[in-house]
Design a protein around this ligand. Structure first.
Ligand code: GDP
Ligand code: MN
Length: 383
């Protein structure tokens, strides 16, 4: 889950990281009130959406008076930034910026370790800089036993801050970075990023904040549950699945998959691609034979408007095939489905499953390739 800037900054502030004075608001009146009563002028009006590049999209603007705050806020509220409608803005104290730095703690998948990344060329062009001037980006890995080593910290400080004329002491930088690292581990984050980081009166200050949380760690952090609903880059189907405790991931294709077991679900998606189709989702209905799960799964996959055909791929070990088939029958009765279905069911009680599926007009194949090729064909026939 991605925290919005104002939420990430709340985490920062409670960890003792300096941020500008600011208030999140959801209406024009509140924006003006925040600027007049608390933040003062000049201030920055910032769109709160879970996508990057807001600055370039016109979602971060400076306001010097009450009139400008009103004018700018009315333009930003309701604005569309990369498919997200702006419903919240942050009214933030404008701080003098002489130089923008980039700083992050991130899980680096290549080395399978957390890593600290820092650059003296931060700001809205950091992605470009990382391509054109990779020598301006400095990285230090964590040691998984010793943690982030002191000499790594000194290395980064030396490369970025010494001799630059920017007045920040090593001890200030060290304590700042340690707070960031602390957030990364304590909150089960996969990314804690500040861009831009600025030096303000000898202190490090976060002008922007981005935190990505590991969804599997959310169960340990009830403090974030209040954000779950409003931060969604989650699709409607992913939300339904989360509420029904199903593992579902939306994909771009048009073949809805209902599979038991994560491994089989992955193999199913690969095979769909192999035969020239594309999966609309990953869905693991799990090892249980709970018919309610099957009904929920069916509701979820059928609610995706992009879907052209449905593929059911069940290997019944502990899962009983007839239970799945019964759940499916119940689901078909409850959820109106106009889509063609291709089905493969093999394993415990598969004969009974076949009989049940046939009774609702669905053919069952025992061959996975055959069922998948059929699903691909069905997805193309309707086009
Ligand atoms: P992003 O484009 O979504 O990353 O949004 P940011 O919060 O990083 O803002 C984009 C840019 O706006 C920053 O890189 C700064 O150059 C500028 N900016 C944001 N807040 C301030 C501020 O308080 N003072 C000044 N001078 N510039 C700011
Ligand atoms: Mn930024």
């Amino acid at each position: 889950m991605k925290l919005l800037e104002y939420q990430a900054k709340e985490v920062f502030r409670s960890a003792g990281i300096l941020t500008p004075k600011e208030i999140m608001v959801m209406s024009l009146d509140d924006a003006v009130k925040a600027a007049e009563d608390v933040v003062g002028y000049p201030c920055v009006v910032k769109a709160q959406v879970p996508v990057g590049g807001r600055g370039k999209a016109g979602g971060v603007r400076l306001a010097k008076s009450k009139e400008e705050v009103a004018n700018i806020t009315s333009k930003i509220l309701g604005m569309d930034i990369k498919g997200c409608t702006v419903e919240k803005v942050l009214i933030s104290e404008a701080v003098t910026v002489s130089k923008e730095y980039y700083l992050s703690v991130v899980l680096h998948r290549g080395s399978k370790k957390p890593m600290v990344i820092i650059s003296p060329s931060g700001g809205v062009d950091i992605e470009e800089i990382s391509k054109t001037h990779p020598e301006m980006i400095f990285k230090e890995e964590f040691d998984m036993i010793l943690g982030f080593k002191d000499y790594s910290l000194r290395n980064l400080y030396k490369k970025v801050f010494s001799g630059q004329g920017e007045k920040v002491s090593f001890s200030v930088f060290k304590s700042f970075l340690e707070k960031l690292i602390d957030i990364y581990f304590k909150k089960d984050a996969t990314l804690v990023e500040i861009n831009p980081l600025i030096i303000h009166n000898g202190q490090c200050m976060a002008l922007d904040a981005k935190i990505l949380l590991d969804d599997n760690g959310l169960v340990f952090h009830p403090e974030f549950s209040k954000y779950v609903n409003d931060n969604s880059d989650e699709t409607e189907q992913e939300k339904m699945a989360r509420e029904a405790s199903l593992t579902y991931i939306s994909l771009e294709g048009d073949i809805a998959c209902m599979v038991n077991g994560a491994g089989l679900a992955m193999a199913t998606m690969d095979t769909i691609t192999h035969f020239g189709g594309s999966a609309a989702n990953f869905l693991d209905i799990g090892g249980s034979s709970n018919p309610e799960k099957v009904v929920n799964a069916l509701k979820i996959i059928a609610s995706n408007k992009k879907v052209k055909s449905i593929l059911i791929n069940i290997f019944g070990g502990i899962t009983r095939c007839d239970d799945i088939a019964n759940g499916f029958k119940e689901g078909i009765e409850k959820v109106k489905i106009d889509l063609p279905i291709s089905c493969r069911i093999v394993g415990t009680n598969d004969q009974e499953a076949k009989r049940i599926m046939n009774s609702i007009g669905i053919n069952v194949s025992v061959n996975m390739d055959e069922a998948i090729q059929n699903a691909v064909k069905l997805s193309k026939d309707g086009k």
